[in-house]
Design a protein around this ligand. Sequence first.
Ligand code: IMP
Length: 600
Amino acid sequence: MDFTPPPIEDGFTAEKLFNQGFSYTYDDVIFLPHYIDFPAEAVDLSSRISRNVPLSVPFVASPMDTVSESAMAAAMASLGAIAIIHSNISPATQAAIIRSAKSRRVPILSHPVFLPPSAYIDSPDDFADSPFILVTESGNSKSKLLGYVSKEDYMNQSDKSLKVRDYMAPSTPITVPWSHDLKEIDKVLEEKKANFVGLVKDNEVVDVVTKDDVEKVKGYPKLAGPGSLGADGEWMVGAAIGTREQDKQRLEHLVKAGVNVVILDSSQGNSSYQLEMIKYVKKVYPELDVVGGNVVTMYQAENLIQAGVDGLRVGMGSGSICTTQEVCAVGRGQATAVYKVASIAYKSGVPVIADGGISNSGHIVKALSLGASTVMMGSFLAGSNEAPGAYEYQNGQRVKKYRGMGSLEAMTKGSDQRYLGDTAKLKIAQGVVGAVKDKGSVLKFLPYTMQAVKQGFQDIGANSLQSAHDLLRSKVLRLEVRTGAAQVEGGIHVLCRLTVIEATDATSVQPPSPPCLHRCQSITAAARVCWSCTKPSSSLSREEGSERDRSYERGEVTPPKAVVEDPMIKAVPLESLKVVLIFPLLLRFATFFAIVSKRT
Ligand code: IMP
């Protein structure tokens, strides 16, 4: 790769752009394209979350109670990424979640139900989410497997007052070692003509994998590589802890459960509590990587680096559910924060996690190219099947709850130490509770996001994260700030309706509605055409554009924030446009021929 700065001066170097006294977010800046001499497939996205924890995909699921529990951890690890289990639960539960995720090599969790032979099944609800109830000698996962009852068999059973032993399938279920991957399980299911297999670890049935599950995952994009495996051959899983005295006990539980990296979860990481905790972790568990944060300045970062952190988490006020900047008047635009912290952390070989504010693949390209080694995501993943919680319907949309860990609701469950320091009695919210759209499985949509990120890297001429960082520091990679109007131009505009055809699932969705650009304050369609004034955005004058920016600043119009975009909206706009433009043309041709053939 050629790191000689271009002979023709054009655009700003990152150093110049980020030293002008402005706090920039990802949307404020844009990379200028560079030179391509490799295919997008050749882009290597492998990275590290911390000094000694490598990942093949630079994505991290945030430690939030509406994002990261065992299903997310298993799925992220199977993709080559990692999830950080939140600490808004007891230490024992947090450790059990880690064990559960690590006790399989498949990205599927079905949480089977166990009963003893003498038990009764009262209703179909007893099956919970699993299509089977497993019958074991003592009714728990650790005793001898005797048989099983499928939900279908139970429904067909006329006498529901019988004990399960009287109608359970006579044969014991087929079991395989926990370390079998999907391919091996598929083979066993085929050979034995079975509907499901039990996964066994240390004589305990840890889960069941059904044929339906395997078939579903087989239809998702194929990924190369075995996923994120630790030295123990198990999925890598991270966990969050606080900086209080009792967190030392929590840490002990987590280490016993095999945690691969811990993150000190604090909204302002540059504190005596955190420095002390970093030193404690490094002294008691020298083999364990500890990530400090959150930080947004070089000074904060340097303090944590001196204390011995193995990674830095960057972001203050950038999260979609975050109100820290409004409540406390402290923070930094995320693009500036990532660049500044990374520019000091790389000198000590400390990887940076760009945490929060990711709502499309372009934001990921920007974060990684500005010096981050991974991106941490909350809202981007919270609407997935793997996030905790059930789907519900709101205004005809299928959504999942997503809440800030600094929201009053989450803090009453225990996450207050992230925001309140040690002794605060009055709880002040620094986050909100909301909902995000159903996005399906992360196993399905993250591979598309990865591909989009690779294409972004190709455009800037970087075939790896390291080369992007080198291009930026050697002043080859150039950027500019986008005006409000340039940001409008860079998004979908002028259209009166947008039909998005997903590459994997042909559904029509409306993208999030931004506020009216003409300050009518009514919610507009995706086309950015206001329903009340009906003026298209292209008619927006330069003055109106900057007036809009000022009205954002004055708080008269709230720019869209906590709305999650479908990654495919950015990933396949061309396909969408084709559908929008070609369909009316075809309709006109059809009408024309119908009239002509009638006349003749
Ligand atoms: P998102 O990906 O933009 O939704 O941001 C997720 C990030 O927001 C998390 O990883 C946290 O760093 C941060 N965060 C989580 N909860 C809160 C909160 O209640 N207030 C402020 N920041 C939060």
